[in-house]
Design a protein around this ligand. Structure first.
Ligand code: CTP
Length: 446
């Protein structure tokens, strides 16, 4: 019996897939089809797949060509599958010519002519209207956003707004997009607004964007008051628009894996979390000069609170802040101490004090340790009482990581909310509440 194997994502199943499977089956007597998992596709940079794994498997099954369907979840699996299933022929479409020649030592490799003028990418783009994005703000993060958005299909960064004509012109020329210093005109040709302006301007820009019927992705901290966060989410709901806070860690695959392990019972019940993020900043930069909205907690607090709220939930019974201040009165280091009914947590962040930026999640059976930069999670360890017993986990993190956030935002636009568990409205509202408490106490102490 001649055994054949082939692999693919089979998203939005199309004629090219059908013809490939038909010819693959005809190469032998028994056809095994490997269908990629969502995580594997994400890890290899294929973001934006629309159909779920189950749907994609169902569609392959319906063709009747597959004698067996397996899932492909990691690099290197093809080699072991060939051995495991005793494969005679490995086949894929001609778009892969040469890429799998390394398998020739183990079986025959056949590249089948690809069907012309059809692909999942084409269908995805047709199905999804390309969302044109306008950016408010021209700072560092706006630059990073444009670069990352270019790696996500289905979006196009079209324009940028900044009230100062000179700076917006400079920024727009650099990226070859349209500059606006008039907000009304800026809103005209876009679907989505990405807000990357100074923190204190977010609330007004979110409101104004929603009022102009634009979906909004807003940099953290989304707002600095609980009531403002509640109000803008309510407005988005009324207008049937998507509003999402951009805390990029929340959307990273590695961070998700970490939350999965933390919630799995592996380390027992979580009783303590310590998260720290420090980034030494130039004392002349806005973050350390702006008396009203600068400082460490407003800048980095969203990151360090994220794992705490994701694991313990939002019902803390106590939250206390302690800060180290610079001569101009801004916090160069802040510690937020949380009490929850089932445990304790400390979030520390600093722009003027350097510390080890790690995340520690301690439970009744063991602990999870993630070294800096844990906010771009790629690797973490689980430790137990026996110091020799260490489990290691890793996950890909592509580019600057913003692409995951942009992709999830896009998914929410097209599928209306299936990804909103990654950073829920009430989590964003809680973060805004903590920011508000910090500002009130901090100003009170000044
Ligand atoms: N395939 C083909 N003809 C096409 C499209 C795909 O023969 N027009 C083949 C691929 O070469 C591969 C299999 O179908 O062997 C599954 O490919 P997959 O990557 O799932 O499909 P694409 O349409 O190429 O997807 P994408 O656009 O997302 O890369």
């Amino acid at each position: 019996m001649v055994k054949v194997i082939t692999y693919g994502t089979y998203d939005l199943f199309h004629e090219g897939h059908y013809r490939l499977l038909q010819r693959a089956k005809a190469l032998g007597d028994y056809l095994i089809v490997g269908v990629t998992t969502e995580n594997f596709d994400k890890a290899r940079g294929k973001l934006g797949v629309i159909d779920s794994l189950m749907t994609r498997i169902e569609n392959v099954k319906k063709t009747g060509f597959a004698d067996e369907i397996i899932i492909e979840e990691s690099v290197g699996q093809k080699f072991s599958d060939i051995k495991k299933y005793n494969i005679d022929i490995f086949t894929v479409g001609s778009d892969w010519v040469g890429k799998f020649d390394y398998l020739k030592d183990y079986c025959k490799v056949v590249y089948l002519e690809r069907t012309k003028n059809i692909s999942s990418t084409m269908l995805r783009e047709k199905k999804r209207h390309i969302q044109s994005i306008g950016i408010i703000g021209t700072g560092r993060i706006a630059n990073r956003f444009i670069k990352e958005a270019r790696s996500v299909s289905g979006v196009n960064t079209q324009s940028v707004y900044n009230p100062h004509p000179e700076s917006v012109k400079r920024f727009a020329e650099q990226w070859d997009i349209d500059p606006y210093s008039d907000l009304e005109n800026f809103y005209k040709d876009i679907d989505v607004v990405y807000i990357a302006s100074p923190h204190e301007t977010h609330y007004q820009y979110i409101k104004s964007s929603l009022e102009h019927d634009k979906h909004v992705l807003c940099e953290k901290p989304m707002t600095l008051k609980r009531s403002e966060a509640e109000e803008v989410f309510e407005l988005a709901k009324e207008k049937n628009l998507i509003l999402m806070e951009g805390i990029k860690t929340a959307y990273c695959p590695g961070f998700h894996k970490l939350l999965g392990v933390a919630h799995s019972g592996k380390i027992g019940n979580v009783r303590y979390i310590e998260s720290c993020f420090t980034k030494l900043e130039d004392p002349n930069k806005r973050e350390l000069v702006d008396q009203k909205f600068g400082g460490s907690f407003l800048e980095l607090g969203s990151y360090v609170m994220l794992p705490i709220l994701k694991i313990f939930g939002e019902s803390y019974t106590d939250l206390k802040f302690d800060s180290v201040k610079s001569e101009n009165g801004l916090d160069i280091f802040t510690r937020a101490s949380f009490k929850f009914p089932t445990g304790l947590a400390t979030a520390t962040c600093g722009l003027g004090v350097k510390s080890e930026g790690r995340l520690l999640i301690a439970g009744t059976k063991g602990y999870i340790l993630v070294s800096a930069p844990w906010w771009k999670t790629t690797y973490f360890e689980v430790h137990y009482e026996d110091p020799n017993e260490v489990e290691k986990y890793s996950e890909t993190f592509l580019g600057d990581g913003l692409r995951y956030e942009i992709n999830d935002f896009l998914m929410q636009l097209t599928e209306r909310g299936r990804n909103d568990f990654k950073l829920t409205r009430s989590e964003s509202i809680s973060i805004a509440g903590a920011m508000e408490q910090f500002i009130n106490e901090f100003r009170g102490n000044n």
